[in-house]
Design a protein around this ligand. Sequence first.
Ligand code: HEC
Ligand code: HEC
Length: 215
Amino acid sequence: MSHLWRAGLVVLAVGVASMAQAAQAADKLVGNAAAGQSEVMMVCAACHGADGNSTNPQYPKLAGQHADYIEHQLESFQKGRRTNSIMSGMAAMLTQQQIADVAAYFSQQKTAPGPVDTDQVALGKSIYENGVPAVGLPGCQSCHGPKGLGNAAKLVPHIAGQHAQYVVQVLTGWHNGQAWGDGPHAKLALSVGQKLTVAQIHAIAAYVQGLNAVR
Ligand code: HEC
Ligand code: HEC
C-alpha cells in the first residue's frame, strides 16, 4: 500500500517538475503593469520619471516604448551585449518577471512630446524621410515609421519625442563602432550610425525629439 502510494508521489513529483520545465520553456512571461509600477517607483523613477517621461535628457524616455523592446534591451544589458555603467547594474538586479512587469507598465504610459529645435529641423526631416542616398542610408521612417512609432513585432523602437541628447549619445556610440551585440538588429543599428556624420546626427536627433504623433 505505502509502496504504491510512494510510487504515486514520485509520478506526481515528476509531473510537476516537467510542468515547471514547460513553463520555463514557454518564452513569454505575462507582465503585470501594477507590479511594474511599484518596482518603477522604487528604483527606475529617479532617472526615467514616474511615468517614463524622464526630465533629465541624458536618461531615455521609456513611456510608450514597446514592451518587447524594453525587455529586449534589459536582457541585452544583463547578457552584456549592451553595456552602460549605470544600466548594466540596474538590469542585473531584475528577475525575468520584474522585467516583464516594468516593460508592461512603461509601454502603457504616454510619451510626452519634446521641444522642437527649429534651426536643425529641416536637415533632420530630410534625413528622416529620405535618408542619405549618397552613402546608401535609407530614411529612418522606412524602419521607424513616418511618425517614429517603430514596429513592435520587429523590435524596432518607438523613437518619437525621445530626448535629442540621448539620441545623439546612442547614434554617436554606433558611429564610433560601439555595437549593442552582434545580432542582426545590432549590426543594422551600427551601420546607421556609421553612415551618418556627426553634424547629421545632431540634426536628426533634434528632429526625432520634436517628432510626436500627438502634435
Ligand atoms: C541612475 C539612473 C538610472 C536608473 C535608476 C535606471 N536607469 Fe535605465 N537608463 C539609464 C541610462 C543612463 C540609460 C542609457 C544607457 C545607454 O546610454 O546605453 C538607461 C537606459 C535604459 C533602457 C534602454 C532604453 C532604450 O531606449 O534603449 C531601459 C529599458 C531602462 N533604462 C530601464 C530601466 C529600468 C527598468 C530601471 C529600474 C529597474 C532603470 N532603467 C533604472 C539610467 C538609469
Ligand atoms: C533598416 C532599419 C532601420 C533604419 C533605416 C533606421 N533604424 Fe534606428 N533602429 C533600428 C533597429 C532594428 C533598432 C534597434 C537596435 C537594437 O535593438 O539593437 C534601432 C534603434 C534605434 C535607436 C535606439 C533607440 C533606443 O532608445 O533604444 C535610435 C535612436 C534610432 N534607431 C534612430 C534612428 C535614426 C535617427 C535613423 C535614421 C537616420 C534610423 N534609426 C534608421 C532600425 C533602423
